[in-house]
Design a protein. Structure first.
Length: 164
């Protein structure tokens, strides 16, 4: 991101110490934060112009936590800042990961045995995510649905862009 968009600084946040340490060793002039997975309390309000999340939200099978993290992203964005992310989209494929059930978008599955394909969430109606983002306070919510390029577990992806 620093190279392609000429950002002065690109910060990162993750729940994995290994990911944080790797990024610190590779990327200079940036801050990396290990967090608790439920909020962004280590980050100051109204700080960021742009927040991007890649392959994160579909691995959180608890709607309340996803909603809370999106609310936190609104808090840390500057006025006019952008939030972009993606999630799996479309009806579930029964053969995926041995036929394990995916949870519905609004479910709060706190007892998930795992994530990263075990109890992922898929958006089946783009109005669900649009409605959540607008309730949180985001505006100019735009979505784009694209076919998956090489993932038999996700027939499509939904890309979301919104503004504070």
């Amino acid at each position: 991101l620093k190279k392609h968009f000429e950002f002065k600084r690109v910060d990162g946040i993750d729940i994995s110490n290994n990911n944080i340490e790797y990024c610190k060793s590779q990327i200079l002039e940036s801050n990396f934060y290990k967090n608790n997975g439920v909020d962004l309390s280590e980050l100051e309000s109204n700080t960021y112009d742009f927040v991007m999340s890649t392959i994160v939200f579909q691995h959180i099978p608890v709607h309340e936590i996803r909603y809370g993290l999106m609310s936190e992203i609104l808090r840390i964005l500057k006025e006019g800042g952008e939030f972009r992310f993606q999630m799996g989209y479309g009806e579930d494929l029964k053969h995926y990961k041995g036929g394990l059930d995916r949870k519905g978008y609004f479910d709060n599955y706190y007892n998930a045995e795992g994530t990263n394909g075990v109890r992922d969430v898929r958006i089946t109606n783009e109005n669900d995510i649009i409605s959540d983002l607008e309730k949180i306070g985001f505006s100019n919510v735009k979505t784009q649905i694209k076919d998956s390029y090489s993932d038999d577990g996700h027939p499509s992806w939904i890309y979301i862009n919104c503004t504070k």
